[in-house]
Write a protein that binds this ligand. Structure first.
Ligand SMILES: [Ca+2]
Ligand SMILES: [Ca+2]
Ligand SMILES: [Ca+2]
Ligand SMILES: [Ca+2]
Ligand SMILES: [Zn+2]
Length: 711
């Protein structure tokens, strides 16, 4: 690999002409950013640091781990740093033998607000997602204080933006121009005992790695009849009268084994290394790793989500295609609870198709007629899952599971892992469909094939980019393969939104979509909290109250002080659109139901009725879920079979103290109410004037605190 030459090729080469200049920067944009070029690793990091410095009140930059090559993996937190609370601020862990020991890192206030995670570049060559992350950051920080909806979101929710899961892949793809999907773990791809011994090479020394094409009777390509710059790929058994060509990356056989570029710096595929449905597979480029989270980049994400448990919404950006995968890819349709299906398809999918301008399935328009659609599909549908749902999934909103052949698509994927193990509405959007996302692409009749799109794209880059994205083919004699030509697309443009207006359009559409999804997050509030004195007495500092059955016994002491029996009532409501968990989210091992605490000086209060925290369960949201009838109405078909087992539903109830003595269960009281509202009542005996407060903690719906005034 001729790195010395490549080093001279600075990312500045990618700077495009001023004709793509952005509109006038908004006044509030303290950190300038435009989308007329790709930012790559270096400028993305610089931007994140600049934003964190410029907006200290609403951002925090976290380094959540390091890549294989030692590059930091950053999450930019965007949330009002002065609002929010967490339970550990109100209940201190008590070490009875060594009081005052503090060895648990405190939670941050933003962890007590509903969270929305957006990631980019799990695959290093798919960095359009990194750009959408940066665009999203820009919109959020500029909108804070100027846009009412954005301000409200940043005050009450938490955005976690992770622009590059795979910084090494991004660096190699953008800064070095050597596209790299995988991470950079040392891997002997061809099993010859040597590592990274044959990467791609800049054969003609122009500072870029493009393609080499050469006449080859066994080749899989022919030249396009209308534009011989275009290579048309043949199907495996396709016959042709035209001369055949082969096309490889610019590359020489460095180790003389007769193979080209067989062992580059690329390591493993990060989107096959997450701990959901993982199995070892070295049968494709990079493989899935030695064990789940064996990649440091994946481990960083896994640790981050494990200790940032407030995330209910997530997006993992990839390229390309211009559609979204919602869960799941590793399991068939029944693995999802019908309520989650309805939230994903009828609410999110419908909005997504609207934003793309694509046709929305009839069933999504008329969810009240779902039974009719199901009956119709029974006659016509190609797959049984479509019949169960009442609709085929549209092109723009699909699953990677192969429903027609009833076969899993893949394994170890981030989105499945987030949904199945953390209860997150996680999706994967494959950004970029040039035929749709380039507003002024020339000469493209509807339903155009690949070659037609390619012709239009080449013409477009000639007109708008001065022909810099596609190099003309030039004769070159390859040291091993003989005569041929070097040229073609600069590889980074093959799978990413072209910078300038096309990239901005992709960014804007997906920013709008994630803004919409953020607006669905739950919002748990204490709508009312009051206390009334049922009984009061003086001279009772040492008073104690105890409860046996329904009998309260009060024992007054001798020294001076006051003593009161107080009834506290708190009303809690979820005022957000979605429930505080996905349908079975509270049953997942790392998750817990919502609870409400009554907190005061524990040495001065005795709970007579109601446990210190009471269970709220899962608070429903305010949005009616179209296309879903809850168990209360008509039972929605319960998930069965392998899918349900795969969700690892536990056999015990989550989250409560286990019985500490045989035969006696210490179970918390359940608050009254259903739907989105609960009422919790306590009766406590309190000595002196210890202040009381109610704290509601919902893992994904937020934590709130309210001081109690005793009347
Ligand atoms: Ca090797
Ligand atoms: Ca090589
Ligand atoms: Ca070259
Ligand atoms: Ca070789
Ligand atoms: Zn990808």
């Amino acid at each position: 690999m001729d790195l010395a030459r490549l080093r001279g090729w600075a990312p500045a080469c990618l700077l495009l002409g001023v004709f793509l200049a952005a509109g006038p920067a908004a006044d509030a944009q303290k950190v300038a950013i435009d989308f007329d070029r790709y930012h790559g690793y270096t400028d993305t990091v610089k931007y994140l640091k600049d934003v964190a410095r410029a907006y200290p009140d609403i951002t925090r930059l976290l380094e959540i781990g390091r890549s294989t090559m030692g590059r930091p993996i950053y999450v930019l937190v965007i949330s009002n740093m002065r609002t929010g609370t967490t339970i550990d601020r109100h209940v201190s862990l008590r070490n009875m033998r060594r009081e005052g020991v503090k060895n648990v890192p405190p939670m941050q206030p933003y962890q007590g607000k509903p969270g929305h995670l957006i990631t980019g570049a799990t695959h290093g060559n798919e960095f359009t997602g990194t750009e959408v992350c940066l665009y999203t950051i820009d919109k959020l920080v500029i909108g804070y204080g100027t846009d009412e909806i954005i301000t409200r979101l940043i005050d009450r929710k938490t955005f976690y933006i992770l622009p590059m899961i795979n910084p090494d892949g991004v660096f190699n793809s953008v800064e070095k121009g050597i596209v790299q999907r995988q991470n950079s773990m040392q891997k002997d791809d061809d099993g010859d005992g040597r590592i990274n011994e044959d990467g791609w090479d800049d054969l003609n020394g122009d500072g870029r790695i493009t393609y080499f094409r050469y006449a080859d009777p066994a080749g899989r390509y022919v030249l396009d009849e209308r534009d011989p710059r275009i290579m048309v790929r043949l199907d495996r058994d396709q016959r042709t009268e035209k001369p055949r060509y082969s096309m490889i990356m610019e590359d020489r056989d460095n180790d003389g084994d007769g193979k080209h570029g067989e062992d580059t710096e690329a390591g493993i595929d990060l989107n096959r290394n997450f701990p959901e449905g993982w199995f070892r597979d070295d049968g494709f480029a990079g493989g899935s790793g030695d064990y789940p989270t064996s990649a440091p980049e994946v481990r960083a994400v896994a640790e981050f989500l494990t200790n940032h448990t407030n995330v209910l919404m997530a997006q993992n950006y990839h390229t390309a295609g211009g559609f979204t995968y919602r869960p799941m890819g590793t399991a068939p349709h029944p693995a999802l609870h019908p309520k989650d299906v309805a939230v994903l398809d009828f609410i999110m999918g419908k909005k997504y198709l609207e934003l793309l301008g694509e046709e929305i399935p009839d069933a999504w328009q008329k969810p009240q007629e779902l039974d009719k659609f199901k009956a119709e599909l029974k006659e016509a549908a190609k797959n049984k899952y479509a019949v169960q749902r009442g609709y085929e999934l549209p092109r723009g909103w699909r699953v990677s599971y192969n429903e027609e052949q009833d076969r899993r698509y893949s394994y170890g994927m981030a989105t499945d892992w987030m949904y199945a193990q953390y209860g997150i509405f996680a999706i994967t959007t494959e950004l970029w469909n040039p035929a749709r996302d380039i507003p002024d692409l020339p000469d493209l009749p509807a339903g155009s094939g690949r070659a037609q799109v390619e012709r239009a794209l080449i013409k477009y880059q000639e007109e708008k980019y001065g022909g810099r994205l596609f190099l003309p083919w030039a004769k070159f004699k390859h040291p091993q393969l003989g005569e041929g030509e070097i040229g073609g697309w600069l590889p980074i443009y093959r799978n990413n939104a072209l910078p300038g207006p096309p990239l901005r359009k992709v960014c804007e559409t997906h920013w709008q979509f994630e803004l919409f999804r953020a607006g669905l997050l739950p919002e748990v509030v204490i709508t009312d909290a009051k206390a009334e004195i049922l009984y009061g007495a003086d001279s009772a500092r040492e008073a104690a109250a105890s409860l046996q059955g329904d009998q309260v016994t009060i024992t007054k002491g001798k020294t001076k002080g006051s003593f009161r029996v107080i009834k506290v009532t708190a009303v809690i409501a979820n005022q957000g659109k979605l429930a505080t968990h996905v349908a079975r989210g509270a049953q997942l091992p790392g998750n817990r139901e919502d609870v409400v605490w009554l907190i005061g000086d524990r040495d001065k209060m005795t709970f007579l009725q109601g446990t210190p925290f009471q269970v709220l369960g899962v608070l429903e949201g305010t949005e009616r879920i179209p296309g879903y009838r809850s168990e209360a109405g008509r039972a929605a078909s319960p998930p069965t079979g392998a899918g349900q087992r795969r969700m690892r539903m536990p056999i015990s109830m989550p989250g409560y103290p286990m019985p500490f003595r045989r035969g006696q269960r210490l179970e918390p009281t359940k608050a009254a109410g259903t739907g989105s509202t609960r009422t919790a009542t306590w009766i406590v005996a309190v000595s002196d004037d210890t202040p009381l407060k109610v704290v509601v903690t919902s893992q994904k719906g937020g934590a709130k605190v309210r001081e109690i005034k005793v009347r």
